[in-house]
Design a protein around this ligand. Structure first.
Ligand code: ADP
Length: 229
């Protein structure tokens, strides 16, 4: 269970990005964070992985207040909660396999374990046939699937995605959603910040709508994109 309790975020330049956020995300949930640009979606994700620190409030993951953990514990936090960004953040000169296996190599996994885990991750994003391809041979949708495979290769309990379909056409976006739903079915909690009205309305999941840093709607089941303006 993830809990935001009275969370405020004010950036150094005085911008108040989040105002008194209270939200519960149960284990295994699939939750969309929606709202116009600047509403505070990315800030919520950055606070969750401690890329930014809260100004006030608590964020609990399984009863541990992650706003209080030491900076030495942040890598451990990020093994439990993985993130996929819109701009992929992949290694452009490496192959698909190398991009995904990197995270396993730094923790000293055996070759056999690396192969098994990379294969499983590629299967979840339906990209088995591109294992040896170089990144520059891939489409935008394929690159995004590599980024997702890399994020889940260590089976994190939580996956956060910031606009993962943002730059993709409708069909490619649907393929990405298919992968994320499979990952969620396999037990991972998925948090997805998005503008994609059609996808949100079709899937009828947990939908949290933000406006100017505040939650203005929280529909736990059968959610839809609230048009606010
Ligand atoms: P969204 O993801 O919904 O587009 P963000 O969380 O990125 O919203 O931004 C919320 C507000 O915080 C915006 O006004 C944005 O300009 C501001 N903001 C985001 N990151 C920073 C930062 N690092 N420094 C200052 N202001 C920021």
């Amino acid at each position: 269970m993830i809990k935001f309790e009275n969370v405020y975020k004010e950036y150094g330049n005085g911008v108040r990005a989040l105002l008194n956020i209270n939200l519960e995300i149960p284990e295994g949930d699939f939750v969309f964070l929606v709202g116009s640009s600047g509403a505070g979606k990315s800030s919520m994700i950055k606070l969750l992985i401690r890329e930014e620190e809260v100004t006030r409030g608590r964020i609990l993951i399984d009863d541990i207040d992650i706003t209080k953990i030491s900076k030495y514990s942040v890598p451990k936090l990020r093994r439990n909660i993985s993130v996929v960004f819109q701009d992929f953040r992949l290694l452009p000169k490496k192959t698909v396999f190398e991009n995904i296996s990197y995270a396993l190599e730094i923790v000293g996994a055996s070759r056999k374990e690396i192969n098994r885990k990379v294969d499983r991750a590629l299967e979840l994003v339906n990209l088995q046939d591109k294992k040896k391809a170089h990144l520059d041979e891939l489409s935008g949708g394929e690159s995004q699937r590599v980024a997702i495979a890399r994020a889940i290769v260590n089976k994190p309990p939580i996956l956060a995605c910031d606009e993962p379909t943002g730059n993709l056409d409708e069909n490619t976006a649907r393929e990405i959603m298919h992968s994320l739903l499979k990952i969620n079915d396999a037990g991972t909690t998925v948090i997805m910040a998005t503008h994609a009205v059609n996808i949100v309305n079709e899937l009828k999941k947990h939908v949290v709508t933000l406006k100017d840093g505040a939650i203005v709607s929280n529909i736990e089941k059968g959610g839809y994109y609230c048009e606010l303006d």
